[in-house]
Design a protein around this ligand. Structure first.
Ligand SMILES: Nc1ncnc2c1ncn2[C@@H]1O[C@H](COP(=O)(O)OP(=O)(O)OP(=O)(O)O)[C@@H](O)[C@H]1O
Ligand SMILES: [Mg+2]
Length: 326
């Protein structure tokens, strides 16, 4: 049994185009399936707007899907209620991109960190201060900081507070949606090392969303590459970085500078030109990547590729149809 599993997970938004315009369907996430094992890191990469955050919001039941389901420890999360739902809310936590926006500016750190503990009745009242001090310590902050407000901290420290809050309920899975992209490059390496350390110490699983492929390579076991709402390649991290199969994965890797994430202060990653990204409202026919693909051939314009197994991974590209396994 997978720890968490998405099955044909889909989110289509109905949107109005222009004033009094027609309603159109925006396919933000389209039939996405994957499994994440216990104690592992599953990363999702892809350009802005490809559906990463929409997917994350469905995985924690912040957003209802238009189709498909999410199974967590064998249970459909959208069917949970009562104590089972409360247990799910405790077990799965999320960290967002902007640590300032996700902290209440009028709350001292003590309140931010103790509130979830109180709500879930995790710690008796007389032990709250000790528990908050322990949480601060686990993310490299000091106990005296519990009396301060968010504006008194740097960006990196604020993200540490958000991480401490996500740890407060002893979760099993943390979903991190671009947790580094609002931080200075020099701070990013510290935060990723902290996440790596916490992962080992608490046996956590992660779903990690990032633009930065160097970080993804360093931190992940498995990587899913998304393009316009769909997975186009899903593979072990080492395999994917060693030899990307999908032309889109290849382009993403070419755009990322090679550096040692663990040690270095890094140059921010480049991105593939986003000028000609097709819209998820008006998808190209055939393979949705064909208008930008350097390896396209005639059939790509009108034949939609399926996600097939090749070389122990999954890839959605007509180039590999003849290599298909099982
Ligand atoms: N509530 C909504 N209503 C209509 N469209 C939405 C809504 N939320 C997201 N979208 C659209 O769905 C698509 C996917 O958005 P999403 O935020 O999931 O992308 P993303 O991969 O997280 O991008 P980024 O890297 O910029 O965070 C985009 O085209 C976005 O405009
Ligand atoms: Mg996003």
């Amino acid at each position: 049994m997978a720890f968490i599993e998405a099955k044909d997970l889909t989110k289509h938004f109905r949107i109005k185009q222009g004033i009094g315009g027609k309603t159109a369907i925006l396919k933000a996430v389209d039939e996405v399936s994957f499994e994440v094992g216990k104690d592992s890191v599953f990363s999702i990469v892809g350009e802005s707007g490809c559906g990463k955050s929409t997917l994350a919001r469905m995985l924690i039941r912040l957003l209802d899907p238009s189709g498909g389901k999410v199974m967590f420890e064998g249970n459909d999360i959208f069917q949970l209620s009562g104590n089972d739902l409360k247990e799910f809310r405790r077990s799965v936590q999320i960290i967002f991109q902007d640590p300032y926006a996700s902290l209440n500016p009028r709350m001292r750190v003590y309140t931010t960190l103790s509130e979830p503990l109180k709500i879930h009745g995790m710690v008796s009242k007389d032990k709250l201060r000790d528990k908050v001090a322990e949480l601060l310590h686990s993310v490299g902050l000091t106990p005296d900081m519990m009396n301060k407000y968010p504006h008194e901290f740097s960006g990196g420290q604020r993200q540490r507070i958000c991480i401490a809050r996500s740890l407060s309920l002893s979760p099993k899975l943390i979903i991190a949606d671009e947790p580094l992209s609002a931080l200075d490059v020099s701070i990013q390496a510290q935060i990723i090392n902290l996440l790596q350390d916490l992962r080992k110490r608490f046996g956590l699983s992660f779903i990690f969303i990032s633009h930065d492929l160097n970080v993804v390579h360093y931190f992940s076991d498995t990587v899913a590459v998304m393009y316009l709402g769909r997975i186009v390649e899903l593979a072990d991290a080492d395999k994917l970085f060693d030899r990307p199969l999908h032309p889109y994965t290849e382009l993403l890797l070419k755009a990322a500078p090679k550096v040692n994430v663990q040690k270095d202060v890094r140059v921010p990653s480049g991105t593939v030109s986003e000028t000609d990204v097709p819209s998820p409202i008006d998808m190209p026919s055939g393979c949705s990547f064909h208008p930008r693909c350097p390896k396209r051939f005639d059939r790509c314009d009108n034949t939609e590729p399926a996600l097939i197994k090749v070389d122990g991974r999954q890839v959605r590209c007509l180039l590999y149809e003849s290599n298909k396994q099982g």
